[in-house]
Design a protein around this ligand. Sequence first.
Ligand code: ATP
Ligand code: MG
Length: 301
Amino acid sequence: MKNTQTANTNECNGTETDINQAFLNISQVDMVFPTPTGGFTALKDVDLQIDKGEFISLIGHSGCGKSTVLNIVAGLYQASKGGILLKNKEVNEPGPERAVVFQNHSLLPWLTCYQNVELAVKQVFSDKMSKAEMKEWIEYNLKLVHMDHAMFKRPDEISGGMKQRIGIARALAMQPEVLLMDEPFGALDALTRAHMQDSLMEIQSELNNTVIMITHDVDEAVLLSDRIVMMTNGPEATVGEILDVNLERPRSRLSLAKDVEYNRLRSEVLTFLYEKQRKVENISSKSAPAKTVEKRCVNES
Ligand SMILES: Nc1ncnc2c1ncn2[C@@H]1O[C@H](COP(=O)(O)OP(=O)(O)OP(=O)(O)O)[C@@H](O)[C@H]1O
Ligand SMILES: [Mg+2]
């Protein structure tokens, strides 16, 4: 059940049976945050059905509610209305089958990088793996993110991008059914970022995890996703349009750069962000070349 909504119709086409059979069902979610001046409705009627093994990107301008959606799916926030069903079971607390890579790389500062990953691995595998197997598995995941050289350092001894990589290793090491990633590669340099994107595509095709990834990077969204979910600006943000990405896998960034369909999809997302959901914030385009403005918008949003 992939296409509950499409970029062109923006209407829910999912049948009753489809919705009940969805692996992960985000059903008519509202989120109202209490504020000193009254309730702030961040999300209104967010509705999305996701298949097992699907790779979903969430894209939208800053403050529209992407992290809030992710935190509700993670079980860290409780929706004010509606809710989440994972394999038809209601989600109302965090669980090891849903690993999260946080926007602000939340490592435990008193533990080394190795121990941060170990904590998660023990939580999931302590009765399935021997001590030696766990050690090997932790080291394997640290190598995967190119952080084996720093495994005995503490978070305050490494850079922001490195912390983010440890957070990714920690999440991947749990082999979660659902991987929730909040701008996982935002703080990485271009080379590491490309390496991590390729690794993620490989891991996901091997393990068939369901992924929801928040990104501000349009190319990253098209390269990695089966569907790109584009959110409207808040307050009362909701799913605006959903774009199916039917590019063949495995995907290579180099060959896709000249691919007509890839470029069409890319331009659909840019049109949504900068025409249909244009942010009213004043970004001067007079002094900067068009390319710079586009890049700045993506980074800011
Ligand atoms: N605990 C809270 N209390 C009140 N308002 C909140 C709270 N958390 C988030 N918000 C508001 O809800 C809206 C959505 O926030 P959220 O962090 O989900 O946005 P986002 O799309 O992830 O933004 P960004 O791209 O900048 O990370 C924002 O207007 C934010 O100010
Ligand atoms: Mg966020």
